[in-house]
Design a protein around this ligand. Structure first.
Ligand SMILES: Nc1ncnc2c1ncn2[C@@H]1O[C@H](COP(=O)(O)OP(=O)(O)OP(=O)(O)O)[C@@H](O)[C@H]1O
Ligand SMILES: [Mg+2]
Length: 416
C-alpha cells in the first residue's frame, strides 16, 4: 500500500549541524515534511504534544542526560501520544541498547552512518504501519482511549480453553503498566485453576477467597486492597484461590462488589476468565468497557467463538465492546485471517504470532515476555494492543502537565 498522504516529522538532535543535514536530506523526498525541531528530550516531548507529528527522528545521545534523554523522551511520547511513531538514531550497535529503545516504545532504529535510501525507507515503512494501525481502530476504542483515568475494565475471554487468555492478560497488563506507570490490576477469575500469580512470579499470601473469610458486612477499598498482591512487574494482582475447592465461596455478588470498588482505585483492570458463561464472568462483562475474545486459527476454536459471539449477542452485549484477537497465527496456518473474519462475520482487531519457545519459557519462569523480549513479534503485538487501549491523552490534560516527566516518576497506585 503506497503512502498518499504527507508524513509529518520532527527532528530531535542536540547537534544543529545534524539537524540541518537531516533536513536537507529530507527535502529530497516530497512525501516527508519536517514540521519541527528539538535540541533535547524535553523539547521533543513539548513539540510532539504541540505539533502532533506522525513521526519523530530521535537522536539518542542528547543534552546533559546523554542516551537516557532520548530514551526518556521516547518513553514519554509513547505514553502521552502513542500515535506518533519514534525512530531512534544511534551510533551504538549493542543489542542491549536497542532492546531498551524498543522497550521504551521506539518503532524502529537507524544506525549512523545511514544513507538517504535507508532513511526514506525506514520513515515510510514506520509511517505506513502506524497509520494502518490507527485507521483500522474502531471509533469506539479511539474515543474510549481518550478517557483514560476513569478505571477502564477489560475482560479477556474465550469459549474455548487453552487459547492464551491468561498469557495475553498478564502480558498486556504488564505492557500497559510499563507504558503508563498508572495503577494496573489483574483480577484472576479463573477461580479454580487461576494462573495469573504464576505468570507474574507472585506467591500470594492472600487471595480473592480470603476476601470472603471474615468478611465485614460492608467491604470497602481498604479491605479489598489488603487482599491484593504486588508483582515485580508493577502490576498488582487479586489472585485466584490457592485451592480449587475454595472457588465456590466466591459468589458473583462478591465479584460485583469488588469490581464496583476497584474501578475507583485503579486506572486499568484486566480480568482473566474461564471458558464458560459462568455467573462471575457475566458480572465481569457487565462492568467491562472492552471484552477481548481470543480465538486461535483452528476450526474448533472458530466454531466455539462463533457460538460465543451469538451468546454475547443474545445477552445484549454491544458488539462494538467485543474485540476479536487471533492468537498463535503462523504463516502456514490452515485458517487465514480473511477466512477467520469471514467465518466469524466480524473483523479481527489484532493478530498475535505463535512463538512456542519464547512463550513457554516465559510462562515457566514467570517472566512476562513483554519485559524479557520486548522486540519479539509476540511482544510487539502486545505493544500494538496496548497502544489501542492507552490512546491519545486528552489535550487539556496534556496542557495542564507542568513537567513532561512528572507521570513517569510519580508514585504508583496513589489515590486519585
Ligand atoms: N502466541 C503464542 N505462541 C505460543 N504459545 C502460546 C501463545 N499463546 C499462548 N501460548 C501457549 O498456550 C498455552 C495456553 O495458554 P494460556 O494458559 O494463556 O491459555 P488459557 O486460554 O488461559 O487457558 P485456560 O482456558 O486453561 O485458562 C500455554 O502453554 C502458552 O504457553
Ligand atoms: Mg487461563
Amino acid at each position: 500500500m503506497a503512502i498518499t498522504r504527507e508524513i509529518t516529522l520532527i527532528i530531535a538532535d542536540d547537534s544543529e549541524e545534524m539537524r540541518e543535514t537531516l533536513k536537507t536530506l529530507l527535502t529530497f523526498n516530497e512525501k516527508i515534511r519536517v514540521v519541527g525541531e528539538a535540541a533535547d528530550g524535553k523539547e521533543a516531548v513539548m513539540k510532539v504534544l504541540e505539533l502532533k507529528p506522525d513521526l519523530v527522528l530521535m537522536d539518542v545521545n542528547m543534552g546533559v542526560m546523554g542516551e537516557s534523554d532520548g530514551l526518556w523522551a521516547t518513553q514519554e511520547i509513547t505514553m502521552q501520544r502513542p500515535q506518533t511513531g519514534i525512530i531512534i538514531i544511534s551510533v551504538q550497535k549493542e543489542a542491549d541498547y536497542m532492546r531498551k529503545a524498543m522497550s521504551a516504545g521506539a518503532r524502529d532504529y537507524l544506525i549512523k552512518p545511514f544513507d538517504s535510501d535507508e532513511l526514506f525507507k525506514t520513515i515510510e515503512t514506520v509511517a505506513e504501519k502506524e497509520r494502518a494501525k490507527w485507521e483500522n481502530l474502531p471509533e469506539e476504542m479511539v474515543a474510549k482511549a481518550k478517557g483514560v483515568g476513569e478505571g477502564r475494565v477489560i475482560s479477556v475471554f474465550s469459549p474455548k480453553g487453552g487459547v492464551g487468555k491468561s498469557v495475553v492478560t498478564a502480558n498486556l497488563a504488564v505492557e500497559v503498566y510499563k507504558r503508563t506507570k498508572k495503577r494496573v490490576l489483574i483480577i484472576d477469575l479463573d477461580l479454580q485453576f487461576g494462573d495469573i500469580a504464576l505468570l507474574l512470579n507472585v506467591s500470594p499470601k492472600v487471595t480473592i477467597a480470603d476476601i470472603v473469610d471474615n468478611m465485614p458486612p460492608h467491604i470497602d477499598a481498604d479491605y479489598v486492597e489488603t487482599h491484593i498482591s504486588d508483582s515485580a512487574s508493577g502490576v498488582r494482582v487479586l489472585a485466584a484461590p490457592l485451592k480449587p475447592e475454595y472457588a465456590e465461596i466466591v459468589t458473583p455478588q462478591i465479584i460485583q462488589n469488588i469490581l464496583e470498588i476497584v474501578k475507583h482505585e485503579y486506572d486499568y483492570i484486566f480480568i482473566d476468565t474461564v471458558p464458560s458463561f459462568a455467573g462471575e464472568v457475566l458480572i465481569a462483562f457487565d462492568h467491562s468497557d472492552d471484552i477481548f475474545l481470543i480465538v486461535t486459527p483452528d476450526f474448533l476454536a472458530l466454531k466455539n467463538v462463533t457460538l460465543g459471539l451469538a451468546v454475547l449477542d443474545t445477552l445484549n452485549y454491544p458488539s462494538d465492546k467485543v474485540h476479536l484477537i487471533l492468537n498463535r497465527t503462523q504463516s502456514l496456518s490452515q485458517v487465514k485471517l480473511k477466512d477467520a473474519e469471514k467465518g466469524l462475520q466480524k473483523k479481527i482487531l489484532l493478530e498475535i504470532p505463535s512463538d512456542s519457545e519464547l512463550v513457554v519459557s516465559s510462562v515457566n519462569r514467570g517472566q512476562p515476555f513483554v519485559l524479557s523480549h520486548p522486540s519479539s513479534p509476540v511482544a510487539k503485538a502486545m505493544s500494538d494492543l496496548a497502544d489501542m487501549l492507552i490512546g491519545d491523552e486528552d489535550e487539556d490534560d496534556a496542557k495542564q502537565r507542568e513537567e513532561p516527566g512528572k507521570t513517569i516518576f510519580a508514585g504508583i497506585f496513589k489515590k486519585r
